[in-house]
Design a binder for this molecule. Structure first.
Ligand SMILES: Nc1ncnc2c1ncn2[C@@H]1O[C@H](COP(=O)(O)OP(=O)(O)OP(=O)(O)O)[C@@H](O)[C@H]1O
Length: 280
């Protein structure tokens, strides 16, 4: 196991950002953290890389120089060119000469930045800059690659480049721990961790998460119960947990759907919030 987070809680004053979270990141696997704003994704990643200390629980991770970290934000130096950014980071990790040149060329190619290699980072689009940040984080072939929302704000085509870079880093043996708000992308990860309000609602492979999901999701033109409903394209989806709060039964004319990850994450978050409101 490359990294192990065991029973970790992180508190900022009286706010609990992580509550008894356990996650493992094995070599060769992409672990994707998903969850809404404030779920605790960044806090978990920052705890794994040692930027934050857990209030309770333990974190076991490789030493700093065997970790690559793409934090939220641009992740590169604006005044340096693409190649200079990569060469600078490579130098910090002791790469030199042809080895460094070869690795920079390889990652510039994978990131689709060959035509922009001599442009300063400040002159890149947001998506190109994110790909450069990802390339910088993985340049030294870290054992553990930690990325905070690498694809947020990146266009769909560049997201394909980014995802390829991430998959290749995992295929070369890295444990990848990343957060994402794109659930279609998260479905491709080997292991998913669904967070809400600092707690793990479910985790496992996409198949595990799907088979562990209980209750029914339905579709309709109008929400059946507004507090259990959300918009999907032109229609509304409603969640009907097995334990029915208020004892309502599902109207028979509502059509069940095969829930995808977005349905599952929203359903579990709604059920968890309702449960907490009831017990508060
Ligand atoms: N330095 C801090 N001081 C106080 N509270 C914090 C601090 N950092 C995070 N929090 C709180 O901890 C909770 C989790 O935040 P975190 O940034 O980890 O969430 P997130 O899932 O990454 O969401 P987002 O995508 O919006 O950043 C939030 O309620 C946030 O306000």
């Amino acid at each position: 196991m490359i990294a192990e987070i065991d029973g970790v809680s992180v508190r900022f004053g009286d706010r609990t950002a992580l509550d008894d979270v356990s996650v493992r990141a094995p070599a060769g696997t992409v672990v994707a953290l998903v969850g809404g704003d404030g779920a605790g994704k960044s806090t978990l990643l920052r705890t794994v890389v040692g930027e934050l200390a857990p209030t309770t629980g333990t974190v076991r991770a490789p030493r700093k120089n065997h970790i690559g970290f793409l934090a939220a934000g641009p992740g590169s130096w604006a005044a340096l060119t693409v190649r200079q950014n990569l060469e600078f980071v490579g130098g910090i990790y002791g790469l030199r000469g042809t080895e460094l040149d070869r690795r920079c060329d390889e990652l510039i190619g994978r990131a689709g930045l060959a035509d922009a290699a001599d442009r300063t980072a400040s002159a890149l689009s947001g998506g190109m800059r994110r790909k450069l940040g990802a390339a910088m984080a993985m340049l030294h072939r870290p054992e553990l690659l930690v990325m905070d929302e690498p694809s947020t704000g990146v266009d769909p085509v560049s997201r394909i480049d980014l995802w390829r870079m991430i998959s290749e880093a995992a295929a070369e043996g890295a444990a990848v721990l990343m957060s994402t708000t794109y659930l279609d992308e998260a479905e491709r990860a080997g292991h998913l961790v669904v967070l809400d309000s600092g707690r793990v609602l479910t985790q496992g492979s996409y198949d595990d998460v799907r088979s562990g999901f209980t209750g029914v999701v339905t579709r309709s033109a109008q929400p059946a119960r507004p507090e259990w409903s959300w918009r999907r394209g032109r229609e509304r989806h409603d969640y009907w947990p097995d334990e029915r709060p208020g004892g309502e039964t599902r109207p028979v004319d509502l059509e069940p759907v095969d829930p995808d990850l977005e349905d599952i994450v929203i359903s579990l978050s709604l059920a968890d919030r309702m449960r907490r409101e009831v017990t508060a």
